[in-house]
Design a protein around this ligand. Structure first.
Ligand code: ADP
Length: 367
């Protein structure tokens, strides 16, 4: 995991923050409206007649469309304000691409557009900001579907490149983009068919968002298009290597150590393993860790318990703010409240699922 501030655009900062606040304020009541409409639609409080059902469906359809547009504005404002922090992790790109297209399949089916994908040339691992890539691909595919009439085709092919990056394209047989607009479509709010007569939904921010996201990921995007024939959006993204960050682990269980070593490695975290408070204090001085994991082992001989180590960390000046994840074989309320009372930031019960531990570690590192 790595978090980097993306390039700042000071002049856009205030405006984007304002936009972010407004869109956030709009989203909250809209969620309540949609929740109420969903309750009505599911006839929880009694049956609806056909006309009422039709009206509720209209509220839902338009509300969801509005929510999508507000979400787009919100994403755009967080990108444009330069406050977006890259979160770099290693993931399976095939799973990511397949997931995005699985969500889009019903949209394609509804509009009678054929969806074709080939992700077999993607390697099993890629390191970058997963959420940003998802945003890029989703925007390109939803545009392709939006601008392709019934009977057309949208296809996507992705592959790993020889330099360790990925390259993918989103190809459609839709309306195409006149060459004089192929640059402008990436500008904020630009739409080829502007004005009240627009046939297509959207606010004209999707591609601006895509462009910023691609730039934040140090990638490149190109468009080739011919009116009446279709468009090809091609994106190339390099693998981003996160700098290693240090994590200290206090534990005395060899099996647990092996699991943790593997788990930290996949997250580009450098684990240092210690068994006593003294070793932990020495390691802190050398490594400046960003996270401490403490197994709540019992005291043995001269060596203190995991709980005593937790207390010692929180008593130290440097340990007041550090995130500390505590592990224990006991998951009961007593053990948890004792751990949280002593200053644990998070708690995980052994044996744990590695994915859960990774999520908890990342959750702590993002704070
Ligand atoms: P929106 O889709 O909300 O209008 P975008 O920023 O995503 O905004 O796209 C800007 C404009 O670029 C669109 O309004 C449309 O005119 C054009 N465009 C984008 N993708 C395509 C496509 N695949 N085919 C044809 N036109 C497109």
């Amino acid at each position: 995991m790595d978090e980097r501030e993306s390039g700042k655009k000071p002049e856009a900062d205030l405006q984007s923050r304002l936009l972010a606040n407004i869109t956030h304020e709009l989203k909250t009541p809209l969620h309540s409206i949609l929740a109420a409409a969903n309750l009505l639609h599911n006839q929880i409080d009694g049956p609806l007649n056909d006309e009422q059902r039709r009206q509720v469906e209209m509220i839902l359809r338009n509300g969801e469309q509005l929510l999508e547009q507000i979400t787009e504005l919100l994403n755009y404002s967080s990108n444009a304000s330069g406050t977006y922090r890259l979160i770099i992790s290693e993931f399976d790109p095939r799973a990511l691409f397949n997931g995005i297209f699985a969500v889009m399949a019903p949209v394609a089916a509804r509009t009678s557009v054929t969806l074709e994908t080939d992700f077999s040339s993607l390697g099993p691992k890629f390191s970058s900001d997963r959420a940003l890539i998802q945003r890029i691909v989703s925007n390109l595919v939803s545009n392709a579907l939006k601008f392709t009439p019934a009977g057309g085709k949208v296809s996507s092919h992705a592959r790993s490149t020889s330099s360790g990056g990925i390259r993918f394209d989103v190809v459609d047989t839709g309306i195409g983009i006149p060459s004089e607009f192929q640059k402008a479509i990436f500008q904020d709010f630009f739409q080829v068919e502007a004005g009240d007569a627009r046939r297509f939904g959207g606010v004209g921010l999707g591609l601006a968002l895509v462009k910023t996201a691609v730039a934040n990921l140090s990638g490149k995007i190109e468009v080739k298009s011919e009116p009446g024939k279709g468009s090809i959006f091609s994106v190339e993204l390099p693998a981003l290597v996160p700098p290693e960050r240090d994590v200290l682990v206090a534990g005395r269980d060899a099996g647990l150590r092996l699991t943790l070593e593997e788990c930290l490695r996949t997250q580009h975290l450098r684990g240092t393993f210690v068994e006593t408070a003294k070793q932990l204090f020495e390691a802190v001085a050398q490594k400046q860790p960003e996270l401490i994991i403490i197994d709540l082992f019992e005291a043995d001989g001269q060596r203190e318990s995991g709980f005593e180590i937790l207390t010692a960390v929180r008593a130290a000046q440097w340990g007041k703010e550090l995130p500390v994840i505590v592990m224990s074989a006991l998951g009961g309320a007593t053990e948890r409240s004792k751990a949280f009372g002593a200053g644990a930031s998070d708690f995980i019960v052994k044996p744990f699922d590695v994915a859960e531990l990774v999520a908890r570690i990342n959750g702590q590192l993002q704070k």
